[in-house]
Design a protein around this ligand. Structure first.
Ligand code: NAP
Ligand code: BGC
Ligand code: ZN
Length: 373
């Protein structure tokens, strides 16, 4: 079968031949329909995040997948059913650990998990994959074409759960929310904030000139676009308003600290980006004081568990389909796979924010299609 693999840091994704995997007891064989590409894939391709499985030179990419059960292999799944696989698995040398036993692999520290398509385990950009039945989350057939968006939506479901948990000790009714970053994660989150969560006022920070398709999406969703080159994050409270929620999806390390200033009293910021090392000066005393005297919280959030995937399937059903059609700027078969990775040839110096440079400003999110529905 065909798969898409990369030698991290030393190449661009290419098509490789692999044997069709055999499902072990408890696993199902899944025929892959589509796999999405996100900012993390580019970090993996350039070698700044993740890594190959022990003993391998290349990593099969892909962690945002949807497929159809080809062989249920005696599990409770049904053949012909559409499923979305979760990302984390136990490390290769153990069958499980406490985090997986509790259904909370997203809370496992480094070394206690691998991530398919990202670190230590091959991903889903292949014609077929195998996976334990309990890691395959069913999705209705009428949503299957957009099923590759379940994983990124689940990332925001988890971040929201953790943000609300930090504010659960008092009466907190967020009205204003700011999303940092107009990439695919940021835009999906804007859609959730304006639609399913129905926050009164939603803003999204980017660094693009008009006309730009991401700005059109932000405005069509009823949110306000803010250009960080004109209004840096720390000036947003004065120029617009202090925010009850800040959701960082830029990977720009200064945003972690500037978020403190952007928050309203009692607000919470979630950090999602995965920046490279970058040293810069901050006024730690002022930020410390600001967090304490205004009861502000910052929470880091990574990955998501099965509950978040299930919530994401519901969110996918609730969001307007037009959002998916506009965020997904291209779906490519294997014959045109290069087009699925338009940013894979250019990189900016490590440590300066987003690790990718768009070579084509109209690309927001792409996916690879292996087989049609
Ligand atoms: P992406 O497509 O690279 O999006 C990042 C966006 O941020 C880009 O649109 C970029 O704009 C914008 N940006 C970067 N620096 C900015 C600045 N200073 N001011 C304004 N906008 C800025 O990546 P993504 O897939 O949406 O993911 C976003 C981040 O979240 C990445 O770091 C990714 O690794 C991370 N992530 C984390 C998790 C998790 O579990 N924690 C899950 C998924 C993704 P331009 O394109 O115009 O430069
Ligand atoms: C994936 C998460 C993963 C994170 C860190 C994200 O792009 O969506 O599942 O945990 O990267 O590797
Ligand atoms: Zn991702």
């Amino acid at each position: 079968m065909k798969a898409i693999a990369v030698q991290p840091g030393a190449g661009i994704p290419e098509i490789v031949e692999r044997p069709v995997p055999e499902p072990a007891p408890g696993e199902a064989l899944v025929r892959i329909h589509r796999v999405g590409v996100d900012g993390t894939d580019y970090e993996v391709i350039e070698g700044s995040h993740g890594g190959v499985p022990d003993g391998d030179e290349r990593l099969v990419l892909g962690h945002e997948a949807v497929g159809i059960v080809e062989d249920a292999n005696g599990t409770a799944l049904e053949e012909g059913q559409y499923v979305v696989p979760t990302v984390r698995r136990p490390p290769a040398d153990v069958e499980t650990n406490d985090y997986f036993e509790r259904g909370e692999p997203d809370m496992a520290p480094e070394g206690e998990y691998v991530e398919r398509g990202i670190v230590g385990a091959h991903g889903y950009m292949a014609e077929y994959i195998t996976s334990p039945a309990d890691t395959l989350v069913p999705i209705p057939a009428d949503l299957a074409e957009w099923g590759f968006l379940v994983e990124p939506i689940s990332i925001t479901e988890k971040a929201l759960e953790h943000m609300y948990a930090t504010r659960s000790a008092f009466d907190w009714q967020p009205e204003s929310a700011l999303v940092l970053g107009n990439g695919s994660l940021g835009l999906l989150t804007v859609a959730m904030f304006t639609t399913t969560l129905d926050y009164d006022r939603v803003y999204c920070l980017g660094q693009r000139d008009r006309p730009d398709p991401s700005i059109d999406i932000i405005e069509r969703l009823g949110a306000t676009y803010i250009d960080s080159r004109e209004t840096p994050l720390s000036e947003i409270p004065a120029a617009y308003e202090p925010m009850d929620i800040v959701y960082e999806a830029t990977g720009y390390a200064k945003h972690a600290f500037e978020s403190v200033d952007a928050l309203a009293p009692n607000g919470v910021a979630a950090l999602l980006g995965v920046p490279a090392d970058w040293s810069f000066e901050i006024d730690g005393g002022r930020l410390h004081r600001e967090l304490v005297l205004h009861n502000k919280a910052i929470v880091g959030s990574v990955n998501s568990n099965r509950d978040h995937f299930e919530a994401a399937v519901d969110t996918l059903a609730a969001l307007p389909k037009e959002v998916f059609e506009t965020i997904t700027t291209g779906i490519y078969g294997l014959e045109a796979v290069d087009h699925a990775f338009p940013k894979a040839t250019t990189t900016v110096p490590a440590g300066h924010g987003s690790t990718t440079v768009p070579d084509d400003d109209t690309t927001i999110k792409t996916a690879v299609e292996f087989t049609g529905i």
